[in-house]
Design a protein around this ligand. Structure first.
Ligand SMILES: *Cc1c(COP(=O)(O)O)cnc(C)c1O
Length: 386
C-alpha cells in the first residue's frame, strides 16, 4: 500500500467512526471576506476569530483569510492570542478584545498581541510595563458607547485625553466601540451609539476608528470607521434580521444508527415527553447535546433527508436524538447521513428552532464530528481533508 492509499484509508476510517460529518467550506469563507470588503470599502476589514473562529478552527481559518487579504485578527481572551501567536502570519496584527486582566500584561507584550484597553486601570498597567521595559507598546482604546459591557466611559476618555502622561509608552493605533443592537435595522440605539462614538473620537483627533461588527457593516457608511470587525458573517451567519447575503460555510450531516417502527402510544426518549399518535418509524441519529445540538431542540427542530422534514421526537440525549422518518418513501439504512445544517436547513433556521442564535450553534459544535475542510482552489494542493 503506498502512502496516499494508506492516508485515504485512515481518513475513511475516521469518517466512518464519527457520528457525523462537519463540512467547512473555506472557499465560501474567503468569498464572504471579499463580500464584506466590497460592502465596507473604503474601510478595511478585520476578522474576529475568537472562540476558535466561532468553532470552525482558527488554525484553518486564519491562513485562508490572510490569503484573502486580511491582516487584522481579533480574539477575546489572552489565552486565545497565546495559542494563535505561533501560527499567525508575521505581517498580521492580533488584538485581544477583553483587554488585560491583572498579571496578563507581560504575556500580551511577549507575544506581540495588541490589547484593547477597556479601563483606566488597564491603561495604567500597560503603560507601567512599557515604561519598565523602556519600550513602546501598541494598544487600542475602547469606549463604552452604550452597551455597559467593556470600555471607558466618555468622561474617563475625556480625562485621559487631557492627561497625555497617563499614556506614556503606549502608542494608540485605534479607538473602538461595539454596537449592541446593530442586527435590528432601524433600532434607535445604533444612531445614539454612533453619536457617542463621534464625541469619543473627537477627543483623539486623527486616531482611526473601529466600530462595526458584521451587522454594523450593513448599517451604512457612518458605522464602518476605518476598520470593520465582522465575525459571524464570515462564517455564513445572517448579519442582520433583514436577510443573509453571505455564503453558507458550514454543513452538518449526522448518521442514522438504527431505525424502528413503533405503534401508537409509544413514549420516545428520556421522560417520555413525546408519545406517538399513530404507527411511527423512528430513526436514532448519532449526535446529541454533547455534540452541540442544544437540548432545547427537544420536540422542536428537525433533520432533513432528500428535501423531507424529519421532526425531532422527544428529548435530545447527550449522544443521540430521535427523528420521525415516517414521511420518507424508503427506509433509511444504518450509516445514512441526514442533514442538520445545509441546503434544506440553514444555520440560522436551526438556531431559531433551538431558541438561540447562529453564534451559539457554531461555537458549541462538538469535537466528535469528522471535520472535512474544503479549501479554496488556490490552497487545494495536498490539503483536502483533515
Ligand atoms: C464578537 C465581537 C465582534 C464580532 O461580532 P459579529 O456580530 O460576530 O460580527 C466584533 N467586536 C467585538 C467587540 C466582539 O466582541
Amino acid at each position: 500500500m503506498n502512502e496516499t492509499v494508506r492516508l485515504e484509508t485512515r481518513i475513511g476510517a475516521d469518517e466512518a467512526a464519527a457520528g457525523g460529518v462537519l463540512t467547512i467550506d473555506l472557499a465560501a469563507l474567503a468569498e464572504n471576506y471579499r463580500i464584506l470588503c466590497q460592502t465596507a470599502a473604503p474601510a478595511g476589514v478585520a476578522a474576529v476569530v475568537k472562540a476558535d473562529a466561532y468553532g470552525l478552527g482558527a488554525a484553518r481559518v486564519v491562513p485562508v483569510l490572510h490569503e484573502a487579504g486580511c491582516r487584522d485578527f481579533f480574539v477575546a481572551h489572552l489565552i486565545e492570542a497565546r495559542r494563535l501567536a505561533a501560527i499567525r502570519p508575521r505581517d498580521s496584527r492580533l488584538y485581544v478584545l477583553n483587554g488585560l486582566l491583572p498579571g496578563g500584561e507581560a504575556v500580551c507584550a511577549n507575544i506581540g498581541a495588541i490589547p484593547v484597553l477597556n479601563s483606566l486601570d488597564q491603561v495604567q498597567r500597560w503603560s507601567a510595563l512599557a515604561i519598565a521595559r523602556a519600550m513602546t507598546l501598541e494598544a487600542v482604546l475602547q469606549v463604552d458607547t452604550g452597551m455597559a459591557r467593556l470600555g471607558l466611559s466618555l468622561a474617563e476618555l475625556q480625562a485621559l485625553a487631557a492627561d497625555p502622561a497617563a499614556l506614556s509608552g503606549i502608542r494608540l493605533t485605534m479607538i473602538m466601540s461595539h454596537l449592541a443592537c446593530a442586527d435590528q435595522p432601524g433600532h434607535e440605539a445604533s444612531p445614539t451609539q454612533l453619536s457617542v462614538m463621534q464625541a469619543a473620537s473627537a477627543f483623539f483627533p486623527g486616531l482611526p476608528v473601529s466600530f462595526a461588527n458584521s451587522a454594523g457593516v450593513f448599517l451604512g457608511p457612518d458605522y464602518r470607521g476605518a476598520l470593520a470587525r465582522p465575525g459571524i458573517a464570515l462564517y455564513g451567519g445572517a448579519p442582520t434580521l433583514a436577510g443573509n447575503p453571505m455564503r453558507p460555510v458550514v454543513r452538518l450531516d449526522v448518521r442514522v444508527i438504527q431505525t424502528r417502527t413503533v405503534p401508537a402510544g409509544t413514549a420516545v426518549g428520556y421522560g417520555g415527553t413525546h408519545v406517538t399518535t399513530g404507527e411511527t418509524r423512528i430513526a436514532t441519529l448519532a449526535a446529541g447535546y454533547a455534540d452541540g445540538l442544544p437540548r432545547s431542540l427537544s420536540n422542536r427542530g428537525a433533520a432533513w433527508f432528500d428535501g423531507v422534514r424529519l421532526p425531532i421526537l422527544g428529548r435530545v440525549s447527550m449522544d443521540s436524538l430521535m427523528v420521525d422518518v415516517t414521511a420518507l418513501p424508503a427506509a433509511l439504512p444504518p450509516g445514512a447521513l441526514v442533514e442538520l445544517i445545509g441546503p434544506s436547513q440553514t444555520l440560522d433556521a436551526i438556531a431559531s428552532d433551538a431558541g438561540t442564535i447562529s453564534y451559539e450553534i457554531l461555537t458549541a459544535l462538538g469535537q466528535r464530528y469528522h471535520r472535512h475542510y474544503a479549501f479554496p482552489a488556490s490552497r487545494a494542493s495536498g490539503q483536502g481533508q483533515s
